[in-house]
Write a new protein. Structure first.
Length: 367
């Protein structure tokens, strides 16, 4: 009897020690002995009782109707007429887009490409009223424009700080998709990416875009990309037609100062260095025999422009502005556009593996 008790105690202690070992060092067994891990799985059968299924009828899917009702009064449909002059006759072309009310007094933001070359712009509110709009300002670089209609007490949209968004967040789009009659079209999806760069067929580049898989169709341009709080996080901008579910929006944080400048000045005042460049890649650095692998390589200079006067040359690699690293073109422009016209900046650059610095006086970028 005593031997059985001892055997039981020894066996119990052994099991407890083994249990503690398995709990305290599970990764060691998996990493060091994959075969043993397979043995552990084989000795741990999964019972059907541990697997549960939730009937589809019991799954609670979210409803976005309250969000749509909240934001809808701030979204407008835009229709345009543009005159095309031909050799024998002229023709009128129609266009459609969307917009967002940014001020109760009738200021509306949309995309530049929605109203570009338009001879007439009409804004249609959610309550059915229509107005002829005046173009207050338009900015080709950002693809944004501000319109003004003779109306008051409108419902202005609330814009969110896009630094707080994350990949995977739910989003909605509301807009004049395909210029369909009736209520605006609503689609939903997620934030698929942030800080995206998009190059258009005309070789124009846009930076810091929000990527989404929410359906953006023709006519959605200029409409809002909103979060589940009903706040605008982006202005719908473009899609890639060769792909499915790849759309882009101009982030609110990028758009807000531009909208303010267009309302106040009718244009966006940006500083100019008088140079262009592209990202230095490790492969290009290796070809050029450079001992750095990031920066902006100067590809062209404006004759007698600020950078040319400061001594920069084609082939130089700009490394920083006022000690802020210019690791790529997007970063360079973000830093540059934080300055004002007339500011003096210190540019550090690499020329044939020697480091130099110079002072560049910024001028206004032509419209």
């Amino acid at each position: 009897m005593f031997s059985y008790i001892n055997l039981f105690l020894i066996t119990s202690v052994t099991l407890i020690i083994l249990s503690c070992t398995l709990e305290s060092e599970p990764h060691k067994q998996v990493a060091d002995d994959p075969g043993n891990f397979r043995n552990l799985l084989a000795k741990t059968p999964i019972s059907d009782s541990t697997i549960t299924e939730t009937p589809l009828s019991q799954i609670q899917l979210p409803s976005f109707s309250n969000i749509v009702e909240k934001v809808n009064p701030s979204v407008v449909s835009i229709s345009t007429q543009s005159l095309t002059r031909g050799f024998f006759y002229n023709s009128m072309n129609s266009g459609a887009g969307s917009g967002i009310i940014v001020k109760e007094s009738g200021f509306i933001v949309t995309n530049y490409h929605v109203i570009n070359n338009a001879s007439e712009v009409k804004v249609h509110l959610s309550n059915g009223q229509s107005y002829t709009a005046k173009i207050i300002g338009a900015d080709y670089v950002s693809d944004l424009a501000v319109l003004k209609i003779n109306a008051s007490n409108l419902t202005a949209a609330k814009f969110a700080n896009t630094e707080k968004i994350h990949v995977g967040d739910w989003v909605l789009t509301i807009g004049n998709a395909l210029a369909l009659k009736g209520n605006p079209t609503v689609t939903f999806g997620i934030v698929s990416g942030i800080g995206r760069t998009l190059t258009t067929s005309s070789n124009q580049q846009f930076y810091n875009l929000i990527q989404t898989d929410a359906a953006i169709n023709s006519g959605n341009s200029g409409g809002p990309l909103i979060n589940l709080s009903g706040e605008v996080i982006g202005i719908n901008h473009a899609i890639i037609r060769q792909a499915e579910g790849v759309g882009f929006a101009i982030s609110s944080s990028e758009a807000i100062p531009i909208i303010g400048s267009l309302i106040k000045y009718g244009r966006v005042i940006r500083p100019l260095m008088g140079m262009s460049g592209f990202d230095l890649s490790p492969a290009t650095a290796n070809e050029l025999g450079l001992d750095i692998v990031e920066g902006v390589i100067v590809t062209s200079l404006t004759l007698d422009g600020p950078s040319h006067k400061a001594g920069l040359q084609i082939g130089d690699v700009m490394m920083s502005i006022d000690n802020h690293p210019t690791t790529d073109v997007q970063t360079w422009l973000n830093i540059l556009w934080s300055y004002r016209v007339g500011d003096k900046i210190t540019v550090q650059y690499n020329r044939q593996n020697k480091i130099y610095s110079t002072t560049v006086t910024l001028i206004e970028r032509p419209q």
